[in-house]
Design a binder for this molecule. Structure first.
Ligand SMILES: [Zn+2]
Length: 269
């Protein structure tokens, strides 16, 4: 697996008849106390060795993924739009750089309904960012949460519940990964690339997969999903992609003892 095209805000890989484009929404930083031990306590300074830091805080890139194929063009997550940290909301610019645009998106599937994944779907005034996306898939457990977000009201009529095993477009299968949120979903593309949403928020969680995130709604369940899917990815030889993985957000993982090593996809052979 190699990068076939890339730019400042995107990179593209090919999987059979499908192409997957990582779209960068930008980058922000989070407080060091977002990383948590399994018991919910914060990490000591020495334990932060190996964390991906920027300006003394935790670096947090935000990404979405576009899956293009004969069955349509599926956007997985939509970034933060103008609803969260400054510097985010660049999905539109990333698409333009990749030579595509919002009009091309025919369906949307969310990994979950947190602010940095849904807000890019609509602007403050309710204008739709992806007007041709007639289907918006959200895990059944999070339909209520989605409906409760005021700026998502114009999308209610397009909302479809999603369950494990469902395929939002041909070649893409939903896989339950609960814990970070009740209906957190990963998506397996062509049986080879697992887009795992928010299983990992910082590189330290690859080296120490027991480490959780302050905003994991159920730390223990999130940890169980993270460990199970990372192990499955290694066993099956799947590539992985994540909303907050270090650049370019697509790669493969190996197990090294209790830790996992992340090998980002490159242009090389
Ligand atoms: Zn997130």
């Amino acid at each position: 697996m190699r990068i076939v095209r890339e730019g400042r805000l995107f990179c593209e890989v090919e999987l059979g008849a499908l192409s997957v484009i990582m779209l960068s929404d930008g980058e922000t930083v989070m407080a060091l106390d977002c990383l948590r031990r399994p018991d919910g306590t914060t990490l000591a300074e020495a334990e932060l060795a190996g964390a991906d830091l920027k300006d003394g805080k935790l670096r947090l890139p935000v990404r979405a993924f576009l899956v293009r194929g004969p069955g349509g063009c599926l956007l997985i997550d939509a970034g933060a739009g103008d609803a969260w940290h400054k510097g985010l909301g660049q999905i539109g610019a990333a698409m333009a750089e990749a030579g595509t645009g919002p009009q091309e998106v025919t369906a949307i599937a969310l990994t979950h309904t947190h602010i940095d994944h849904v807000s890019g779907l609509a602007d403050r005034d309710g204008g739709l960012a992806f007007p041709n996306a007639e289907r918006v898939y959200v895990a059944t457990e999070e339909i209520m949460a989605f409906r409760a977000i005021p700026r998502m009201i114009p999308l209610h009529a397009r909302l479809l519940p999603l369950e494990q095993g469902d395929g939002p477009i041909f070649g893409v299968t939903a896989i339950n990964a609960p814990g970070h949120s009740p209906g957190h979903m990963a998506y397996l593309v062509e049986g080879r690339l697992l887009i795992w949403g928010d299983l990992v928020h910082n590189a330290l969680q690859l080296a120490r997969p027991e480490i959780g995130w302050k905003y994991d709604e159920d730390l223990a369940r999130a940890r169980a999903s993270r460990l199970a899917l990372m192990e499955q990815a290694v066993e099956a030889g799947w590539l992985v992609a994540g909303a907050h993985l270090p650049g370019p957000g697509i790669g493969r993982i190996d197990r090294v003892g209790e830790a996992y090593a992340y090998h980002p996809v490159t242009r090389g052979p």
